[in-house]
Design a protein around this ligand. Structure first.
Ligand code: ITT
Length: 178
């Protein structure tokens, strides 16, 4: 199935995670229009619809955000735009990384969420992509850039939920995720 995204890191992780579950993913590199919304789920579902009009067949897309508690959840869905400012978030550093993966084919559409709680590091630690060097998941000894993140990442959780549904014929979860 096609994973439609402009982000090679996201695709690389998704391919690895689903590969471990026996599913094959192909990259269609494209920047999908993002509707303006506070809801990752709404954004992901809209991305899935435009991905379908781009490639047809079964598609998987993802929308993510880093939500910093002391900033009332900012930057959240706007994470890709404020990448450079994140190191300045002082005070209470609690935060969460969230992902919503949306699947669509000719007859079905479904969305799956993943979330990991953690905190923003005092300084950049490790060299990873995006916010990986500044996000320390709860219980981990380092930032996402310093550990094997697949097992406990927001992306891993969302994709595992997707794979359970896709492989097991279960009903899609019904949730109202931010
Ligand atoms: P798409 O083409 O798939 O939309 P994107 O990079 O624009 O790719 P998002 O709109 O979901 O993706 O942006 C979320 C941003 O949050 C992303 O660009 C990264 O800066 C950051 N991000 C998301 N997941 C991350 C992860 O696992 N590690 C580090 N940074 C991450």
């Amino acid at each position: 199935m096609w994973f439609v995204s402009s982000n090679e890191h996201k695709f690389g992780e998704a391919r690895r995670i689903l590969g471990r579950m026996g599913m094959e993913l192909y990259h269609h590199k494209a920047s999908l229009p993002e509707v303006q919304s506070h809801s990752l789920k709404d954004i992901a579902l809209a991305k899935a619809a435009s991905a379908r009009s781009l490639v047809g067949g079964a598609v998987l897309v993802e929308d993510d955000g880093l939500f910093i508690d002391s900033l009332k959840g900012f930057p959240g869905p706007y994470s890709s735009y404020v990448f450079d400012t994140i190191g300045n978030a002082g005070g209470d550093r609690a935060a969460s990384f969230r992902a919503v993966v949306a699947y669509a084919d000719g007859s079905r559409t479904a969305a799956f969420k993943g979330e990991v709680r953690g905190r923003i590091a005092d300084a950049v630690r490790g060299s990873g992509w995006g916010y990986d060097p500044v996000f320390i998941p709860d219980g981990a000894g380092g930032t996402f850039a310093q550990i094997d993140k697949d097992r406990l990442s927001h992306r891993g959780e969302a994709l595992a939920a997707f794979a359970r549904w896709y492989g097991g014929g279960q009903r899609p979860p019904d949730y109202s995720a931010a």
